[in-house]
Design a protein around this ligand. Structure first.
Ligand SMILES: [Cu+2]
Length: 162
């Protein structure tokens, strides 16, 4: 077997150059606390990538069943569904928030309590199919901590945010 060292070094050099700019910045990550017996919750954050990429998966020690979800209006009802990826256009901050994109943790074996820290591993995939993982520790916040303006079904305007 013959290695073409010179060519390999050139390829490696260009790959390193692009990988160096592929890092995704994660801000304000948090996980919503659950009440006893609640089997599902969500994680939210702001993602900013220097180059086009997509969030394709998440893993967490909370549960093996962690999915990428979105909420959208469907027949005048807000519904959530699993989606294959969240697109992250270069330089644009994409917010995962209640009522929109979120990470979903299902079949929770235990309560998720405010004040805990949850390790998350986010898996990104670029246009060439190359994958990158980014670890983040997300604090757990109480159910309504991030939604100070939300009222209980009265006004309803809070549910229509884009
Ligand atoms: Cu969901």
């Amino acid at each position: 077997m013959t290695f073409k060292i010179h060519t390999l070094l050139l390829v490696a050099g260009s790959l390193l150059a692009s990988v160096a700019h592929a890092q995704v910045k994660i801000d304000d990550a948090w996980v919503r606390a659950t009440v006893p017996q609640q089997k599902a919750t969500g994680a939210f954050m702001k993602l900013t990538s220097a180059k086009d990429t997509r969030l394709v998966a998440v893993s967490t020690p909370l549960t093996p069943k962690a999915e990428v979800h979105e909420m959208a209006m469907q027949d005048n009802v807000m519904r959530m569904r699993q989606i294959p990826a969240i697109e992250l256009p270069a330089g644009k901050t994409v917010e995962l928030k209640p009522g929109g994109f979120h990470l979903m943790f299902l079949d929770l074996p235990a309560q998720v309590k405010a004040g805990d820290q949850v390790p998350l591993t986010l898996i990104f995939e670029d246009r060439n199919g190359a994958r990158q993982t980014v670890d983040v520790r997300a604090p757990v916040r109480a159910l309504n901590a991030a939604m100070p303006a939300k009222d209980d079904k009265g006004g309803g305007h809070g549910d229509h945010a884009h």
